[in-house]
Write a protein that binds this ligand. Structure first.
Ligand SMILES: [Zn+2]
Ligand SMILES: [Zn+2]
Length: 369
């Protein structure tokens, strides 16, 4: 019998892993300078954590989650994204009691049952950041600037930063009404999911991946035209602060994120070099999620970088992997005992040392120290 990785999964082996490590260490260093601390969360959560926050009618919840019953009959889901699980932990551990802004980052695998294609895997890795406790648009600009710093320091070029505002609970009803009016005559052309979404949550029609739905929603009114004065002011301040920080960006009024929890700022970073899967990072503000998880009203904003999207964009040098500093070759069994001890001693001093246990080979190769 031959075993292989499951469909849509991949092994990451040396020397490719060195690019991953380089990205992770660069991100850690930049997170440190911005005051972000690492958190490590379980890869699985109670299914409700994701249904309530991401949205029952989202593609992720309806089609893409790895959900199963454990032996105790509980519904468990492998995390399809990081923010919902983060907010669960934030509320559970009362992290809102620390002085704001509280800043966290994480690195790790996420899981979505999607059709595998270039740069898209069913187990994929993200580096994410979450900043909590202030809705000041200067924080939005700062976190986008930090994302820009991470991506440029690891060597990515020619990236497009697109931003928008998707409104708040005050202005969203007006927008939904306008969207429904626009989509009304097109219901018949939608897939069955979107037919249902029209009644339950028409916003989710905007990120349906079915070609007929993409076509039918073309020309729909952008949410940015329906912002209330508070959202407009917030968005204008974000743009000014991005200019101040010299983060080149464009406004994409059609930017939608496939998650229910976003409010106000949403953004996406893309690279033309990746073809259709061009997003390398994305994020946004989620000002009502902590309250929905049972915590005090606490604004938050975050992003996630898709590792599989950025790894192929990084130029790797063709240098052969570094060899050991010393190679010890004992010539007989008696020398071998001493050689083992010397090898350990040298390693304790920080040298990379290899020892050959096959004394016969050593004699043949006449490799003397
Ligand atoms: Zn608003
Ligand atoms: Zn659809």
């Amino acid at each position: 019998m031959k075993y292989k990785t499951l469909k849509g999964l991949q092994d990451i082996l040396p020397p490719d892993i060195s690019v991953w490590q380089q990205i992770e260490s660069t991100a850690r260093e930049i997170f440190r300078t911005y005051g972000y601390q690492e958190i490590r969360l379980p890869i699985m959560e109670s299914t409700d954590v994701f249904i309530r926050s991401i949205g029952e009618t989202s593609d992720i919840v309806e089609k893409e989650m790895y959900t199963f019953l454990d032996k105790g009959g509980r519904s468990i889901t492998l995390r399809p994204e990081g923010t919902a699980a983060f907010v669960r932990a934030y509320v559970e551990h009362h992290l809102f009691n620390n002085p704001p802004p509280q800043k966290f980052y994480y690195m790790g695998p996420m899981f979505r049952y999607e059709r595998p294609q270039a740069f898209r895997y069913r187990q994929f890795y993200q580096i994410g950041a979450e900043a909590m406790g202030t809705d000041d648009p200067r924080l939005d600009a700062e976190i986008i600037s930090m994302l820009s710093a991470i991506l440029s320091t690891i060597g990515l070029e020619g990236l497009n930063f697109e931003i928008t505002s998707i409104g708040c609970k005050e202005c969203r009803p007006d927008y939904i009404a306008a969207l429904k009016a626009f989509l009304k005559d097109k219901i018949e052309d939608f897939c069955s999911d979107c037919e249902r979404r029209y009644k339950l949550n028409p916003l989710r029609i905007l990120d349906c991946k079915v070609p007929a739905c993409i076509q039918s929603r073309e020309g729909s009114p952008p949410v940015i035209d329906y912002l209330c004065s508070e959202c407009t002011e917030h968005f204008n301040s974000l743009k000014e602060n991005l200019d101040l920080l010299k983060v080149p960006h464009s406004i994409n009024p059609n930017l939608v994120r496939g998650l229910d929890y976003y409010t106000k700022t949403a953004f996406e970073v893309s690279s033309e070099s990746l073809g259709s899967q061009k997003a390398v990072a994305a994020g946004g503000r989620y000002d009502s999620m902590v309250k929905e998880f049972g915590g005090p009203p606490t604004p938050g904003i975050g992003f996630a970088i898709g590792m599989e999207r950025i790894v192929p964009l990084i130029n790797t040098s063709d240098d052969a992997p570094e060899g050991p500093d010393l190679f010890i070759c004992p010539l007989d069994d008696k020398a071998s005992e001493k050689a083992v001890l010397i090898t350990e001693e040298l390693r304790n001093h920080g040298l990379r040392v290899e020892i050959n246990f096959d004394t016969a080979v050593c004699e043949q190769d006449t490799l003397y120290l």
